[in-house]
Each structure stands twice: as structure tokens, then as C-alpha cells.
Design a protein around this ligand. Structure first.
Ligand code: NDP
Length: 400
């Protein structure tokens, strides 16, 4: 029996689990293992009557390597799909190494006490995974994830060299709250309040947070303000795609979101430095997370669409060429299908597909790899099949 252990049972995991259950031919068994077991049990109760996939559940503290090893040894999955938080990446990788089990995640490791995400910690496992004969597939969400698959596909089919990539992440959804985040608030706010950066001529160029703004007219959504952010796939794509001169990442934000964020920052609520409050140490950002709406509760209220993709500029047969690959996803359609909004959906679907690529042996190489290092074609086909069809434009409007 082919089995996958999914760690975490939040917004993204819930979508990935729905998708595994729609795909019982590959996912014959899944174990949902997370910190709060009642969430895993509730999902099992909802989905088991609808699927041939045999669902099991367990409680696990993914910060504890020994606990993880014991659980993996007892369930014996073919793949562990890590959909907990970036802080757990290394403990889960350690447990996969000890049990010789393949590993897939959607976000790179970030130490709890520094809001700095980069691949060096996970790339340091390359030799160990190679020696153990197992695969670690890093970043199998949308961005990172599909953006890397799009880049590998453009490189394989459209270009001899790609010189410029602009990744555009547009969320045209409206949840009706003045301020809420679409995925884990702590991770989201750490990401957007950090300095921006992009890679030019092999070097990182740093900007102030939200310093660089552009306006873009997104198909299916309309005109939106977007801001340059640091994003983890820039680091790996700059190395893995041939000919890169500059690579940038832009995300759209509405004015209300930015005004609230600025205010929260100004009063110290987004800080990750612990403070003493009534004799107890608390982290302001974690407290803020506790008072904000749970991203999972946004599903029924969110209307509108997302449009995420990459604009490539490069050369083919000696001539300059531009190419845009993107996906448009409708919040309400996602909610109807799996009970989640599009941000969780656009991450959970590629997470399932990444795990499937490893489980059915389509992608097979020992070591630690970013997603663009594999053949993109079967993944592109699976995106169309499993709910994230992509569109292409050979004459896109460029970002200056
Ligand atoms: P959530 O906060 O909704 O879910 C996280 C889940 O992990 C929760 O169920 C939580 O348990 C569980 N968890 C946290 N810590 C532990 C632990 N120590 N042991 C066991 N379980 C734990 O987050 P999301 O679903 O929004 O995000 C999941 C991941 O997806 C994150 O890493 C995020 O960065 C990534 N992501 C990637 C994207 C991409 O495009 N690549 C886009 C969006 C997100 P509990 O229920 O008890 O809180």
C-alpha cells in the first residue's frame, strides 16, 4: 500500500488532504499527524466516507525528532509531506533521514528567533540525503513551487536562456475584514514586514520594506498595486535557471492592509522579540496572531480571484523573446470544492502533486532538490488535471 504522512492540519494541509483523497489511486493511505489531533480527526470524519484512501490520524510534536521517528517507524509512509510551519523543516528532515523516508515541503526553514529565510540550512543536508538514497523536494507550494515548475518549463520549451524573471503574485480576493492574513498570520507578517530584495547580476540588492511599487493589470482581476518583496525561490532560481541577470518578486496589497500593517508595526505588535506581560513572556507577533481572524475562517467570506505567475524575458534562436505563464484561481470555486479559499488551495494542490511525483516514482533522484531541478512536464500536466490550469501569453505587458 502506497502511503503518505502529512504533518500539520492547518489551511494548506486541509486542501492537500482533500486532494489526496480525490487521488486514491496514488494515495492509498494517508496519516494526518499534527499538534492538535482533534483537527485531524474532524477532517478524517468528513472525508473518510467520500474516499477509498484509508485515513489515519495521530498527535505529534514536530519539534521533537524522536517523536517523529517513532511515528514514521510505526506508520511506514513512502513520503512525509511537511505542511506544518517552516520552523519544523529541519526536525522533520532529520526524522526522514533516520527512517530513510522521502521528504516534501512548501516553505524553507526559518529559525524561530530570526525572520530570515534562506536555503542554506536545508541545502546542507544534500550529501546526507544522497547517501541515504532518499529525495527531499523543497518548495512544492505555489510560490515557491509552481513558480519554479513554470520556470523550468519555460527554460525547457520556450528559451535558450532566460535573462529576466518577474514573479507576480496577485490576490484580488476580498474577505470583508479591514485586516486579516490569508495564511498563517505570523509567517505572513514576518514575510511582508521584512526588507525587500531581488537578485541582479548574481548579487542581492536590498530595499526598504514596500519601497518598490508597480501597478499591473492582471487578467481575471484588474489593476492592482504590487510591491517588491524578498521571496525564497529567488535564491534557488537564480542558480538553477540558465542566463539569469535579474529576478524579482512582486505581491499585491490593498491600501487598507498596508495602513493597518504600518500601524501595527509602529506600535510594536509585529515584533518577534519576547516581552514580559503580567509576569509572562510573550511574543507580540504571536499575540497578534491570536487576536486576528483564523485564515481558515476566511473561506466562506472571500470573493474574487488570484492570479499568480511568472513573466520571462530571454532569448530563443538568437532573438529576444517574452513569455508569461500564470494561473487564475477563484476563491469561491475553491471553497465550494474543498472548503478553503484560494491561497490555501493554490498551495495545497501543488503540495499533493509534489508528493505524488515522488510516490509514483515520476521524480526520482537521491539528494535535496528545489522543484525546478526536476522535469516540469508531468507536474504541468498534473496542474491542469488537479484544479490549477495554467495559461500562457507570448506577448505580455512587462513590468518596468
Ligand atoms: P497553519 O498555521 O494554518 O497550519 C499549520 C499547521 O501545523 C497547524 O495545523 C499546526 O497545528 C501545525 N503545527 C505547527 N507547529 C507544529 C508542531 N510543532 N508539531 C506539529 N504540528 C504543528 O499554516 P498554513 O496551512 O497556512 O501554512 C502551512 C505551511 O505552508 C507553512 O509552512 C507556510 O509557510 C506554507 N505556505 C507555503 C506557500 C507557498 O506557496 N509555497 C503559501 C502559503 C503557505 P495546530 O493546528 O495545533 O495549530
Amino acid at each position: 500500500m502506497k502511503k503518505c504522512m502529512i504533518i500539520g492540519c492547518g489551511g494548506v494541509a486541509s486542501v492537500a488532504i482533500h486532494k489526496c483523497c480525490q487521488n486514491s489511486e496514488v494515495f492509498e493511505g494517508i496519516m494526518i499527524a499534527s499538534r492538535t489531533k482533534s483537527k485531524c480527526d474532524a477532517l478524517k470524519e468528513k472525508l473518510q466516507p467520500t474516499t477509498k484512501t484509508v485515513i489515519e490520524t495521530a498527535q505529534v510534536n514536530a519539534d521533537n525528532v524522536d517523536e517523529l521517528i517513532a511515528l514514521i517507524e510505526s506508520y511506514k509512509p513512502d513520503v512525509v509531506l511537511n505542511l506544518a510551519l517552516p520552523y519544523q523543516d529541519l526536525t522533520i528532515m532529520d526524522a526522514c533521514l533516520a527512517t530513510k523516508t522521502h521528504y516534501v515541503d512548501t516553505a524553507n526553514y526559518e529559525p524561530l528567533d530570526t525572520a530570515k529565510f534562506e536555503y542554506k540550512w536545508q541545502w546542507a543536508y544534500r550529501e546526507k540525503f544522497e547517501k541515504a538514497g532518499i529525495t527531499a523536494l523543497l518548495g512544492s507550494g505555489f510560490d515557491p513551487g509552481v513558480t519554479g515548475v513554470f520556470s523550468a518549463y519555460a527554460m525547457k520549451h520556450e528559451f535558450d536562456e532566460i535573462n529576466y524573471i518577474d514573479i507576480l503574485d496577485c490576490n484580488g480576493g476580498d474577505h470583508g475584514y479591514p485586516f486579516a492574513t490569508n495564511f498563517n498570520p505570523e509567517i505572513n507578517i514576518r514575510e511582508v514586514s521584512a526588507k525587500g530584495s531581488y537578485i541582479e547580476d548574481g548579487k542581492w540588492v536590498e530595499t526598504e520594506p514596500m519601497e518598490i511599487k508597480r501597478v499591473y493589470n492582471f487578467k481575471g482581476v484588474g489593476e492592482k498595486d504590487m510591491y517588491l518583496l524578498h521571496h525564497e525561490e529567488l535564491e534557488s532560481l537564480a542558480l538553477n535557471i540558465k542566463g539569469i541577470k535579474r529576478i524579482r518578486f512582486f505581491m499585491t496589497f490593498g491600501q487598507s492592509y498596508l495602513t493597518h500593517l504600518k500601524c501595527l508595526e509602529n506600535v510594536g505588535m509585529t515584533s518577534i522579540e519576547p516581552i514580559m506581560y503580567e509576569g509572562k513572556e510573550i511574543v507580540p507577533l504571536q499575540f497578534l496572531k491570536a487576536v486576528l481572524p483564523d485564515p481558515a475562517s476566511l473561506g466562506p467570506r472571500t470573493v474574487g480571484k488570484t492570479n499568480i505567475g511568472c513573466i520571462f524575458r530571454g532569448k530563443k534562436d538568437g532573438k529576444d523573446k517574452n513569455y508569461y505563464l500564470y494561473n487564475i484561481c477563484d476563491h469561491q470555486e475553491c471553497y465550494k470544492e474543498v472548503g478553503s479559499q484560494a491561497i490555501s488551495y493554490t498551495t495545497g494542490v501543488p503540495a499533493m502533486i509534489g508528493a505524488m511525483m515522488i510516490m509514483n516514482g515520476t521524480w526520482k533522484k537521491a539528494g535535496v532538490y528545489n522543484i525546478e531541478e526536476f522535469d516540469p512536464d508531468p507536474f504541468m500536466e498534473a496542474l491542469n488535471k488537479w484544479g490549477l490550469p495554467w495559461e500562457e501569453d507570448h506577448d505580455p505587458v512587462l513590468v518596468d
